[in-house]
Design a protein around this ligand. Structure first.
Ligand SMILES: [Zn+2]
Length: 229
């Protein structure tokens, strides 16, 4: 896996299933997510920089935090700590925390829903948002199971929508990349339509969920999760 240079000291790793992003500063690297267990994220970052790596996690799902065992410590919202199996030392993340690297300033925005500990990292000067799995074009966005919550997801989309004009570029970890900030509102509208019962759906082959087809985004959800209070 080879890092793609996106300019402005920002790099992207993409194995075709999930992406990580990293910023290279003069004396450190900020790495957003670590990919699947057994992946080659660390080696790929090392081809670009030998500087110490600070790991920030958008959330605790195994395609984002699975590769943590190769890193000594990481920052993750406490509500997702139970999802992590690696023995890596975890530090909490919370709203407003800021991580600097070179001239990047990544600010933590709590966006629970996809998981209870999901966060986005926004650089308001560069107008860039790293939204993990919570903003996507086409999707599917995973919203089924006990560690996800559709109502919170909709509230978090509203929160991001209120600051959408401060961003120009959103980097999702799956599917189309980058996407424009209007997909925050489009994801919210589709999620509200799913909650209201107005999206067509069918059972998802090989998965314990249904696929709901929104106008702009699909979701993996269940009737129980869709109607949960
Ligand atoms: Zn994911």
């Amino acid at each position: 896996m080879q890092a793609q240079n996106l300019g402005d000291n920002l790099y992207m790793l993409d194995n075709g299933m999930v992406r990580q992003f990293f910023v290279v500063g003069p004396d450190k690297v900020l790495l957003l997510d670590t990919g699947f267990e057994g992946g080659s994220v660390l080696a790929a970052v090392r081809e670009v920089s030998e500087a110490p790596i600070q790991v920030l996690l958008t959330h605790g799902d195994p395609d984002h935090a699975g590769g943590l065992d190769k890193f000594g410590e990481a920052w993750l919202h406490e509500k997702d700590w139970h999802l992590v199996e690696a023995e890596t030392k975890l530090h909490p993340l919370q709203e407003g925390d800021t991580f600097r690297c070179g001239d990047w300033n990544l600010q933590v925005i709590e966006i629970p829903g996809h998981t209870y500990g999901s966060v986005a990292f926004g650089d308001f000067d560069k107008k860039v948002l790293f939204a993990g799995d919570s903003v996507q074009k086409a999707g599917p966005i995973y919203l089924f199971g006990s560690h996800r919550n559709l109502n919170l997801y909709i509230e978090s989309q509203k929160k991001l929508e209120a600051m959408a004009d401060r961003f120009e570029t959103i980097y999702p970890c799956h599917h189309a990349c980058p996407v424009t900030p209007d997909f925050i509102g489009k994801n919210r509208l589709d999620a509200e339509a799913m909650r209201a019962g107005s999206l067509p759906s069918e059972a998802t082959p090989g998965m314990p969920c249904r696929t709901y087809h929104g106008q702009w985004t699909d979701f993996y959800c269940t009737e129980a999760d869709r109607t949960r209070a």
